[in-house]
Design a protein around this ligand. Sequence first.
Ligand code: UDP
Length: 323
Amino acid sequence: MKYLVTGGAGYIGSHTALALLAAGAEVVILDNLTTGHLSLVPRGVPFYRGDVGDAGLLQEIFHQHRIDGVLHFAAKSLVGESMVAPGHYFLANTGQTTALLQAMAEAGVRRFVFSSTAAVYGEPDQVPIPEDHPVRPTNPYGLSKHLIEAMLPWFARVHGLKWIALRYFNVAGADPEGRSGEQHDPETHLIPNVLQVAQGKREYLSLFGDDYATPDGTCIRDYIHVSDLADAHVLALQALAAGHPSGFYNLGNGLGFSVLQVVERARQVTGHPIPLRIEPRRPGDPAVLVASNARAMAELGWRPRYADLSVIIETAWRWQSRK
Ligand code: UDP
């Protein structure tokens, strides 16, 4: 099987490319390198530099390679940025993905694994959040992804697309073999920022809000190791190939950690005191996001290998402290 991985030079896409190669698949990568890095593209993999909305380039790729399916990671993914530049999010995440789906339909490529997000749920009524929880995003990022989720059944009905949308919770950690890891500039995510303090690259952690309705007042998230997330993509493709119906799956560990708990765990892992400064809430942040992962376990046979938060932080720490 040969798969096109958009965003394969990025954090999650590169880990999934490694998982696909390990499973014996062939991989082709498309990435415009705005946030990706050529150094994260696995050796020997055909690489195309360009946008996922570039119909001509997609046509060329589908012509040059017999692609069995597309895994679509290329996207903008920062809640805070989406609150100040919503149009960029709708253009990049919704507009360009629509162009990709159209190009797939024209080329007869019928399998699609979509990187969606827990941000589609907004403020949940219940945690852990099941997939049939109402969808009402509180930020443009979540909506830009949900709009694609809403289109997928139409591409299925009219063009025979088989799809799985994976709703990621908070992805963190790095390849345990050290081949890839998180490398954003500027970095905005909690775990790498905390580790930058431990490395001496930041003086303190800015903690965004300690007045949420949670036990310690800080936001609660469900952290999932990037290699476990990558494994789920391989399983999703295998399920589609076996005729499994299209649908939505949460990917998280089903465990919530507050920002303060993450900082405390990182202090244990790094031995650094990691000072913090309480700052105002970051607009668009829901108080609590924790996944029910029962569906992914039952239907895809997914089993996380690195669910322990300490292991997630340790692998990230090893990657961040590499020379
Ligand atoms: N956060 C924080 N300081 C930081 C980065 C993040 O306090 O430097 C908080 C953020 O407000 C949220 C949680 O950590 O409550 C996780 O944020 P992140 O950006 O890692 O992921 P998100 O949940 O936005 O996808």
